[in-house]
Design a protein around this ligand. Structure first.
Ligand code: ATP
Length: 343
């Protein structure tokens, strides 16, 4: 299903502008993540697509050419997956999956056929009669997805489904969720505040800030060409290099860094993976902490910029805490972005 949102905005009673007027087009079978910090309006946007929240006047929500702006949740035919899945713990897998179909009063044989279909699709064969409490985290996720898919929704909406899980399970289920959504081939919108989750699951990510979509694009496009400092910080943890720009040079506390061109009025950011330990580098810094992470070292550096910089170093050994080192950053690795853009 293709989803077209035009001029969708939300002001809550009391004047809180949770979402500024936004346009968004999502292609059939596309998986889009709404990514942003708490309060940026991502849940409000999702809830308006679901029909759980009414947008301000002038909005238009179109599912495959059909205007559903004024339709109820039930008639929109959406599937929803919530935080921690909200499964019925005392019901069997089959009971959970068939619940919505029963509510729709579908014939028994139809319910059975559909339940069996999604059980196979979600690799739950052999678990149908188990209680939810007797399932692993991964199996529970598959039941939640099967339950959402059983009524054959036009679009699947997922609101922070992984955020209540512990870190290890979370990263494991992230990849499985990405795989299952692609196998379903369904159009899906996924809310998260976790950049890794958004990058791992979505075809395109809409980065949101202060009630606005700051940028929408593929994970690669957002990482390589962030439109604002906010996007660069949020996707790939870019760090600001705070200093004085003079022509095509950035004067930092630790030295003078060449820029790819004149950059007056811009903000300069860098990512940890682009800071090199280089005896010939133009910047000096002091090593504050060194953390060995298996494939690389994570080094916190002071004195180069006004705030601590983190460098990732993949050599066989690392400098010691307290040592002075020199750094270089390739001019093309610097992110030069308009200053003072909040979003
Ligand atoms: P979180 O991750 O914390 O849920 P979010 O990005 O999903 O954040 P929203 O829940 O969409 O953000 O909220 C956006 C803004 O709208 C916030 O300032 C929030 O306080 C406000 N808001 C949300 N729901 C209501 C409501 N029912 N009444 C008034 N204000 C609301």
């Amino acid at each position: 299903m293709t989803l077209t949102l035009t001029n969708i905005a939300k002001t809550f009673p009391g004047g809180v502008q949770a979402l500024l007027p936004t346009d968004l087009e999502i292609a059939k079978g596309e998986i889009v993540s709404l990514l942003g910090p708490s309060g940026c309006g991502k849940s409000t946007l999702l809830r308006m697509i679901a029909g759980l929240e009414t947008p301000d006047a002038g909005a238009k929500i179109v599912f495959d050419g059909e205007d559903v702006t004024r339709q109820s949740v039930e008639t929109r035919k959406i599937g929803m997956v919530f935080q921690s899945y909200a499964l019925f713990p005392n019901m069997s897998v089959r009971g959970n999956i068939g619940y919505g179909l029963k509510m729709q009063k579908l014939p028994k044989t139809e319910i059975e056929a559909r339940v069996n279909e999604v059980i196979a699709l979600c690799r739950l064969d052999g678990y149908a009669d188990r209680a939810i409490t007797a399932l692993s985290g991964g199996q529970r996720q598959r039941v939640a997805l099967a339950r959402a898919m059983a009524p054959r929704p036009r679009v699947l909406l997922l609101d922070e489904p992984l955020s209540a899980l512990d870190a290890a399970l979370r990263s494991q289920l992230r990849d499985e969720l990405a795989l299952l959504l692609r196998q379903f081939g369904i159009t899906a919108i996924f809310v998260t505040h976790d950049q890794n989750e958004a990058m791992a699951i979505a075809d395109r990510v809409a980065v949101m800030s202060l009630g606005e979509v700051a940028q929408i694009g593929t994970p690669e496009a957002l990482y390589r060409n962030p439109a604002t400092g906010f996007v660069a910080r949020f996707v790939g943890d870019a760090m600001p290099l705070e200093g004085r720009i003079e022509g095509d040079r950035l004067h930092l506390p630790g030295g003078i860094l060449p820029l790819p061109g004149p950059a007056r009025g811009s903000e300069v950011l860098v990512r940890a993976e682009d800071i090199r330990l280089d005896p010939q580098g133009p910047i000096t810094a002091r090593v504050e902490t060194v953390t060995f992470l298996g494939t690389h070292y994570r080094i916190a550096l002071s004195g180069a910029s006004d705030t601590l910089l983190i460098a990732l170093h993949s050599g066989l050994s690392a400098p010691q805490q307290g040592e002075n080192v020199r750094l270089s950053i390739a001019p093309e690795a610097l992110l030069i972005l308009p200053k003072g853009v909040a979003a």
